[in-house]
Design a protein. Structure first.
Length: 349
């Protein structure tokens, strides 16, 4: 069974599909993606099902592999005790491929549920999945927020990239430059992408594709960074360096460590070891990407935090620089020598 909703708004139409058990709705939406189709929601469907009448080329998995960056965002709900084991096996194959290809796909499992769990007993897990489905849809069907900050030029505002964190928080940033080498820039707390925009322009002029984005106002900044890295990858930049200033730096460290495919490198400028519920020491022990830690010698407690994180880091390629003075975060790049060393580190990775 499949439901489709369309909603006409100024300048066009938005839509989503919601399918149960049979994957017919995915053939058209994944074969020929349209900008007005915001997302697909899939409940216990075979995702590499092939229609004999159409041949082997027609399946969700085939379309995913053909165009991973352009398919609509997908929420896939899996019933752990589905009587048809082939369905879950196909979802697992689809999930592996989506992760490898950085596609915007989320798989949520109810391990105790059977096929049709959404119309069965109202277990706590089933209700949580239904709430997550509604949250997913509300976020993606919401009217896009314009980028209006005066620090950005009109063309830069027009380059806005909109993406979603794992908890469905809506995020926006501007993209400068082009090419397969990307840099994601996360600002300090209570700031915005304006902190990074002049430097982003310089990186773009040097041949990088740069995403400077606005983080949420809450503390789960790590989710924002992980989403930003994947968003830039999906739009054509295969090799991404994550870079952050202060709170944005702890976001870069923890967000990068959480990804199945970690970024090419991480640059941490004055990261605190802790920020709300976030703690960087366990994250850097998992982080294998090359990592550049930096702080100023008179910037307490960040200088001690940088040394502690460097010592705890498991990266086989790590670097620590302690600069004189008390400059903090992105201001460290005001030192021309240090800036050159950071850019050499980025270029090397």
């Amino acid at each position: 069974m499949t439901f489709t909703r369309r909603e006409f708004i100024k300048g066009g139409v938005t839509a989503f599909t919601l399918g149960f058990s049979a994957p017919w709705h995915l053939w058209a939406t994944m074969r020929d993606p349209q900008s007005w189709l915001r997302c697909n929601v899939v409940y216990y469907e075979p995702l590499d099902f092939q229609n004999p009448a159409l041949g082997d080329e027609f399946s969700a998995l085939t379309y995913l592999r053909r165009s991973p960056g352009s398919i609509p965002p997908m929420l896939v709900l899996k019933a752990g005790r589905d009587a048809d084991a082939g369905i879950n096996e196909s979802i697992d194959r689809f999930q592996v491929a989506a992760t490898e290809l950085h596609a915007d796909v989320r798989v949520v499992t109810d391990p105790e549920a059977s096929h049709g769990f959404d119309v069965g007993p109202r277990t706590a897990r089933a209700q949580a999945i239904l709430r997550e489905t509604l949250r997913f849809l509300r976020a993606r069907l919401a009217r896009p927020r314009p980028v209006t900050k005066g620090c950005a030029t009109k063309p830069e505002r027009a380059s806005a990239l909109r993406f979603f964190a794992a908890d469905d928080t809506r995020l926006e940033g501007v993209v400068l430059g082009s090419g397969p080498r990307g840099v994601v820039l996360a600002h300090a707390s209570d700031g915005s992408f304006c902190e990074w925009l002049p430097y982003a322009r310089d990186l773009a002029a040097a041949g990088y594709r740069v995403l400077a984005y606005d983080s949420r106002s809450g503390s789960r900044l790590d989710l924002d960074m992980a989403a930003a890295i994947e968003a830039l990858r999906r739009t054509g930049s295969e090799h991404v360096v994550a870079m952050g200033s202060s709170a944005g730096a702890i976001a870069a460290l923890i967000g990068s460590s959480s990804l199945a495919s970690q970024p090419a490198a991480v640059v941490s400028l004055s990261a605190p070891e802790s920020f709300g519920p976030l703690h960087a020491l366990p994250a850097v022990a998992r982080l294998r990407a090359p990592t550049f830690f930096a702080a100023s010698e008179n910037d307490d407690p960040f200088v001690g935090d940088a040394r502690a994180m460097y010592a705890a880091s498991a990266s086989p390629d790590k670097r620590l620089e302690i600069l004189p003075g008390a400059m903090h975060g992105s201001r460290l790049l005001d030192d021309p020598g240090f800036r050159s060393r950071v850019e050499a580190f980025i270029a090397a990775h």
